[in-house]
Design a protein. Structure first.
Length: 418
């Protein structure tokens, strides 16, 4: 981790691109800057127009450099969408030809690396390697095998992969904008890093990141990632419903949704209550009851799809924490509808990292729920600050030089024989 310097994270989404830049002094954030820009060239998390995205990214980071006075060279970027895939990979390594030996961090690294290689493919790139369980001498559910005796070591890795061609396209876009990728994170894990505190890491937790056209569902058990689902549904469905129902363009429908959209029983809204919509150069009155009915119907469909997807993996009554993030949740009544459909409490995700949370309170630009725009960016910064894998089973990295390797080997021999 940096002693002094800066960390810059960029969240590239379908509706917006946001960025956060943290200045670091003595391994702590001294200041933090934010900016966001309307996204062009991305659909369902996939780059569909590289030229447009380069322009957006360039404008965004130029503005961030101007406001912070920091020369940015490297960025931590996110990856999401339908090109994300997951798989489990299992590996077994022998520890001793005869008898048993003490398991060391080097043994764990070797088992993890073997499982990672077995899970690799030519089409996909592994972007996260998360150990989900270990076993010694066929006895499973071992959380931390270091210091235990065994004849063999088994590991089950949960691999989060992305299509290689899509990653190459992302890297090229960032390079054309004048920057280099310092780190890469799956959006859902970065968001989880920002919002899951100690309490949320106990029991069964569902994190639902509702984007504009893609929803990410992550299921954790005692802080360990168990499952990821990518749903081709998002908050833009509400806007699309208004656009088609009122026969107006998408941008105007988005403004109406933000100003007058509400999820409720439309019959409770007075028949005479109207809003004025500018169409073809004239102002036309629209019944607010009609807008509410459109938003409510679209919102219900989204909530039902989320509910059905979760139920395929876990029983709803077993969930201890159901957390949602995304600007669509600011639509009045959305969280209440979700709660009524799944029958358990639903909470809006908040920053849990103490150092970052403290700085957020000092920024008036992030008051209320404005911080939701930057959750994924902040999660990537939290990852860089903590410099560890999400979950209590951290992936041990190989030693970087021969001196460290020699010291580690000496320690292993000492542990084994003394």
């Amino acid at each position: 981790m940096l002693n002094n310097g800066h960390l810059c994270a960029v969240d590239i989404g379908s509706s917006k691109i946001s960025a956060a830049l943290a200045q670091i002094k003595n391994n702590k954030i001294s200041n933090i800057f934010f900016d966001s820009f309307v996204s062009r060239g991305v659909k369902e998390g996939i780059i569909v127009d590289a030229t447009e995205l380069v322009i957006c990214l360039t404008k965004l980071l130029k503005g961030l450099k101007s406001s912070s006075g920091v020369k940015i060279k490297y960025v931590h970027a996110n990856f999401s969408g339908k090109d994300i895939s997951t798989k489990h990979s299992h590996a077994v390594i022998p520890l001793a030809e005869r008898g048993n030996k003490v398991i060391t961090s080097t043994d764990i690294s070797a088992a993890n690396e073997q499982a990672r290689i077995l899970g690799s493919s030519l089409e996909n790139e592994i972007i996260h390697v998360i150990p989900s369980s270990y076993a010694i001498d066929s006895k499973g559910s071992v959380i931390n095998p270091i210091g235990l005796y065994s004849h063999k070591l088994e590991v089950d890795l949960y691999l989060i992969c992305a299509r290689l061609s899509s990653l190459q396209s992302l890297s090229r876009v960032i390079s054309q904008a004048g920057y280099e990728i310092r780190g890469l994170s799956f959006s859902g894990l970065a968001t989880a890093k920002a919002v899951l505190g100690a309490q949320e890491k106990r029991g069964l937790t569902v994190l639902c990141d509702l984007g504009s056209d893609v929803t990410e569902l992550l299921i954790f058990k005692d802080g360990l990632l168990q499952n990821i689902q990518i749903l081709p549904v998002g908050g833009s469905s509400l806007t699309q419903q208004i656009s088609e129902g009122l026969k107006i363009n998408f941008e105007l429908a988005e403004d109406i949704k933000r100003s007058h959209g509400v999820i409720t029983d439309a019959s409770h809204i007075p028949e005479e209550k109207e809003i004025l919509v500018k169409k073809d150069g004239f102002y036309k009155p629209i019944k607010q009851r009609d807008v509410a009915a459109m938003v409510t119907n679209a919102g219900r469909l989204i909530c039902l799809q989320i509910k059905e997807a979760v139920e395929t993996k876990v029983a709803l009554h077993e969930i201890d924490h159901f957390i949602m993030v995304g600007k669509t949740l600011l639509t009045d009544g959305f969280i209440e509808m979700m709660e009524s459909l799944i029958g358990i409490p639903v909470t809006l995700g908040r920053i849990s990292h103490p150092e970052v949370a403290g700085l957020i309170k000092e920024h008036s630009d992030l008051s209320g729920q404005k911080y939701l725009t930057y959750l994924t960016c902040l999660g990537m910064i939290c990852q860089d600050l903590d410099d560890k894998t999400v979950g209590s089973l951290a992936l041990v990295k190989p030693a970087k030089n021969m001196l460290v390797k020699a010291a580690r080997r000496f320690k292993e021999v000492y542990q084994e024989y003394f």
